[in-house]
Design a protein around this ligand. Structure first.
Ligand code: SAM
Length: 225
């Protein structure tokens, strides 16, 4: 099982192959199709130092991120030449810069009230950072803390026998099993990207689907809140 120390060590040792060199193309392509109001708050679970954070803020959205590693968060501000203020509470260190609010701490310590203002969720490489034994808890926690909000979810699917992970393979039926009660789920794209990831080909993977989902809250989820 990949524990919190694994991720802290990866940041310390700069083993961050998951960090994309530019803003995620699916985010750019798909965001206009969602119904975000100007100035809406976007929640990014397990946000790392993704360029997506600064891009969303540049579009005028508030960004609320949670990330275990202070190194990741401080690198984000440094690399984007952004000053920040930091405050500490009993669960998190809060870093604030303009529209960007990053919480350093454990995702599983987040409470519903922390995300009360959020109206959109962007999950890229968060769900797939959890192994099969951790994911039921991840879904359960997401379902219990998220306000009624649309979600853009990006996952990977591959033969888990071909690579141990992380990132882990998350099959479509698992996403449906855990989110379909609260969301209607549309797969927007599913592309075999193995030819674009020679690193994965080299470790023996023969196929790698990147799947992009749109999750829309269903009425029962809305009325239950
Ligand atoms: C695969 S990376 C993805 C980062 C980011 N979403 C991106 O697209 O670059 C997963 C991140 O989650 C963080 N992480 C792992 N477990 C966490 C937890 N329980 N709470 C908060 N962050 C966590 C790791 O430090 C790592 O930065």
């Amino acid at each position: 099982m990949v524990d919190n120390q694994h991720w802290l060590d990866r940041w310390k040792e700069n083993r961050i192959g998951f960090h994309e060199p530019a803003v995620n193309q699916h985010l750019k392509d798909q965001l206009p199709q969602f119904s975000l109001n100007p100035g809406a708050s976007v929640f990014m679970p397990l946000c790392g130092k993704a360029h997506d954070i600064a891009w969303l803020a540049a579009q005028g959205y508030q960004v609320i991120g949670i990330e275990l590693s202070s190194l990741a968060i401080e690198s984000f501000f440094e690399e984007n030449s952004l000053g920040f203020q930091s405050f500490e509470n009993d669960r998190f260190v809060l870093y604030k810069s303009g529209l960007i609010n990053l919480m350093q701490g454990d995702f599983f310590d987040l409470r519903k009230e922390d995300l009360a203002d959020c109206s959109f969720v962007y999950d890229r490489a968060a769900l797939i950072a959890m192994d099969q034994s951790q994911r039921p808890r991840y879904y359960q926690h997401m379902n219990s803390i998220l306000p009624v909000s649309e979600m853009l979810l990006i996952t990977l699917e591959y033969d888990q026998e071909e690579m141990p992970g992380p990132p882990y393979s998350v099959p479509e039926n698992e996403v449906l099993d855990h989110y379909a009660e609260n969301y209607s789920i549309d797969m927007l794209e599913r592309n075999n990207v193995i030819d674009e990831r020679p690193r994965w080909r080299k470790v023996g993977m023969t196929w790698l689907n990147e799947s992009v989902y749109r999750l829309t809250p269903v009425a029962s989820h809305e009325s239950a809140r």
